[in-house]
Design a protein around this ligand. Sequence first.
Ligand code: BTN
Length: 333
Amino acid sequence: MTPDARILLALRQADRALTVPELAATVGLTAEELAFRIVGLTAAGYQIPLIPHQGYRLLAAPDRMIADDVVARLKIERSGVVIGREILVFQKTSSTNDVVGRMAREGAAEGVVVFAETQTAGRGRLGRRWASADHEGLWFSILVRPELGISDWSRLTTWVAVGVARGLEAAVPEVRVAVKWPNDLYLNGQKAVGILIESATDPKSGAGFAIVGIGINVNQLEFPPELAGKATSLRLNRPGGAPLDRQEVAVKVLARLDELYQELGSGFDRIVAEAERRSLLIARWIEVQYPHGRVRGEAIGLERDGSLRIRTEDGAECTISGGEVSVAAWGPR
Ligand code: BTN
């Protein structure tokens, strides 16, 4: 951890003023070095006054994604994480999936997470554009190198959906998060989270990796006209509508993803069961669009591998593992 991360960790853990000798000893700096660091943190927007006879106290943090602080807060939330073992924050980039893709090809370790305050070319599934409002959401990508047979890599989608859903509910206990199979999370019938997983093989080493891109609408009060009525944010679904601490949301989400990542092998049945409980589609009539056709029917459950089971109008059952799903405006109910 960097000195700043250690300072923020100590101050957040203490949740009271720490005397200069106390804080300096905890973080392994001299009093002068500590003062220098506090000046830097203050310039970054932290309020850490030196209270007479008490010491330094963290009173407020800026509404910015700050890697050192996310590292510190994640350490308090959960020890020994894989997902989030290294965190980078860009103020602006094309797409965090691109950044992580480059890092993966350069041999980065599993679990690195890259956030951007905004993306100039954020992308969604099926080549769509992803609106990444500056400082309003969480736009990030995670590098994973799963120890799973390639046929089980589709599990990643269910893992992310359930992990993010749990994280959002931990951060905002008033919301209920539904999974719109396979990749979207909804709050009260509108989309708040999109997931884009891209996998590749390193041509040199032959090792496979996946880039898990996650977009979470956190504090937006408005969306571009083309998303009006379809997209929502955590803030819009929170009683009272106060803005959220995006770092806290990020930390809860990363901690839950890390927890569940350990269960991707033997615990996957439980993850699927939760995705099914949270499903927006089960018992509804849906239409699945493929490049070369479509299937219509009632969504009746998830298979053990996370694919969707459908009963078509003629009573036949089939499973689908991808495609563009919409809830049908037709059907017997
Ligand atoms: C979708 O709903 O179609 C998926 C949207 C995924 C958006 C995220 S934001 C972070 C990462 N970088 C991207 O360019 N896309 C993903």
